[in-house]
Design a protein around this ligand. Structure first.
Ligand SMILES: *[C@@H]1O[C@H](CO)[C@@H](O)[C@H](O)[C@H]1NC(C)=O
Ligand SMILES: *[C@@H]1O[C@H](CO)[C@@H](O)[C@H](O)[C@H]1NC(C)=O
Ligand SMILES: *[C@@H]1O[C@H](CO)[C@@H](O)[C@H](O)[C@H]1NC(C)=O
Ligand SMILES: *[C@@H]1O[C@H](CO)[C@@H](O)[C@H](O)[C@H]1NC(C)=O
Length: 160
């Protein structure tokens, strides 16, 4: 009787251990997937989200933003030589109307962001606070409702 109880306890312990291992593997797989997603495809998705938020593009700039080629070849995009990720997004003076989607906060290698002189409206999404490498942001001469929000000051590298 006593032995049988012990065996039962042992079985339960092994079962819990297996469960634990299984859960560890689950979260490990989760981590790997998350890491794989953070590549230039994330940049492409973010820029396509921006393209989808452009309502008027008289100079047809955005037709150049095609998945047929790397984002690094798109008009207004400069990729960093080291990581081959989007480092500069300069769509100034392109005569664009639209809004800035939160996905732009996924451009984690962005250093310069220049929207000057377009007709962007609404607000600058809070997600831009995730752009920790950002040194320059220029959004003058647009129709943003935005005032400078508090998240703005969390951009520690911002100089201009
Ligand atoms: C977009 O335009 C740039 C500069 O004119 C060019 O180098 C690039 O190949 C074009 N990309 C596409 C997809 O047409
Ligand atoms: C963006 O492009 C415009 C026009 O080519 C240029 O005047 C401006 O200096 C550029 N902005 C940045 C941050 O390089
Ligand atoms: C990008 O950002 C959006 C919203 O901020 C988020 O929902 C989405 O999962 C992100 N996408 C990728 C591919 O990282
Ligand atoms: C903005 O661009 C328009 C043309 O789209 C031009 O007429 C205007 O002078 C520019 N404004 C500034 C401040 O550069």
């Amino acid at each position: 009787m006593h032995i049988s109880v012990t065996m039962h306890t042992m079985k339960r312990t092994r079962f819990s251990l297996m469960l634990l291992l299984h859960c560890c593997m689950c979260s490990f797989t989760g981590v790997v997937v998350a890491v794989q997603n953070k590549n230039v495809n994330t940049d492409q998705l973010a820029l396509l989200a921006l393209k989808a938020h452009i309502t008027s593009d008289p100079q047809k700039i955005m037709t150049n933003w095609s998945t047929a080629t790397s984002v690094c070849n798109w008009v207004g995009i400069t990729c960093g030589a080291r990581h081959l990720r989007v480092a500069v997004l300069n769509i100034s003076y392109f005569d664009l109307t639209g809004s800035i989607p939160p996905e732009l906060g996924n451009l984690s290698f962005l250093v310069q962001l220049d929207f000057t002189n377009n007709s962007f409206r609404d607000t600058l999404p809070m997600e831009l606070s995730r752009l920790h490498r950002l040194k320059l942001i220029s959004f003058g001469y647009n129709n943003f409702i935005a005032t400078i929000s508090s998240w703005f000051w969390s951009l520690s590298k911002l100089q201009t």
